[in-house]
Design a protein around this ligand. Sequence first.
Ligand SMILES: CC(C)(COP(=O)(O)OP(=O)(O)OC[C@H]1O[C@@H](n2cnc3c(N)ncnc32)[C@H](O)[C@@H]1OP(=O)(O)O)[C@@H](O)C(=O)NCCC(=O)NCCS
Length: 247
Amino acid sequence: MDKKWKTSIAGIIDGEAHIHGYKVSDLIDGVTFTDAIWLELKGELPSEKERAMLDAILISVIDNGLGPPSITNARNSASAGNSMQAAVAAGVLGVGESHGGAIEECARLLQMGMSAEKLFEKKVESGDRIPGYGHKVYTEDPRTKQIFQKAKDLGFYGEHCELASQVEKVLEEKKGKKIPLNVDGAIAAVISDMGFDFRLGKGFFLIGRVVGLVAHIFEEWVREKPFRRISDEEIEYDGTSPRKLPT
Ligand SMILES: CC(C)(COP(=O)(O)OP(=O)(O)OC[C@H]1O[C@@H](n2cnc3c(N)ncnc32)[C@H](O)[C@@H]1OP(=O)(O)O)[C@@H](O)C(=O)NCCC(=O)NCCS
């Protein structure tokens, strides 16, 4: 009889866990963590070049310090006395369209087969931003440069990476300033050239970033006092002055 829950990813066969047909015990002995991630997502083991590219992508998103919302969310949650899983979940919820989440939408746009000009028109002329471009700190994102260099070296710099670079040029021409292709955009372009569906985009950021979240949560516990709060010097109330309730 047809069962209600079906998966082709993993299952227990003859009492042993298998992933896409490989025994987990064989995988433990024979492959790297990145190989296993690729296997889960693609159903086959990666080539050496694919492994090296995916490794680079995952490392690039692990952590970039205390500033971004995913890390502050996780640390604030840990500081409030939550468990590891609750604080990781808080950190994951700090990922959004402006932080980490741009990979998916950028990959979707790049995979639509539009020209750079058309892509600019579609997004910017209708009042939106192009996901994967712009950065709070960098005018040129060093991680983009490195990821693209690696993609070139390993043979993954294809039509989507080319299009992403063209869009950066069009943005600069039309906006009159450099709005750099950021690491999310670079990852979006490379995963597109590696044949991944755009809907996996956020997944790459999350797989890497959870490592950073776990480390920061643990540091918060062992290094800081609980109940961290924003210092009063950084807080300003500018609402209505004190007043009496109407009688
Ligand atoms: C990352 C981001 C929040 C940084 O913002 P910021 O440096 O504070 O940029 P600002 O909000 O000051 O915008 C500066 C100008 O650049 C433009 N701009 C910034 N990012 C843009 C983008 N992705 N597409 C089009 N225009 C953009 C803004 O419209 C603004 O133009 P204006 O001066 O004509 O109004 C912003 O670039 C963005 O929203 N990018 C898209 C989402 C993304 O890729 N996030 C991942 C970040 S790693």
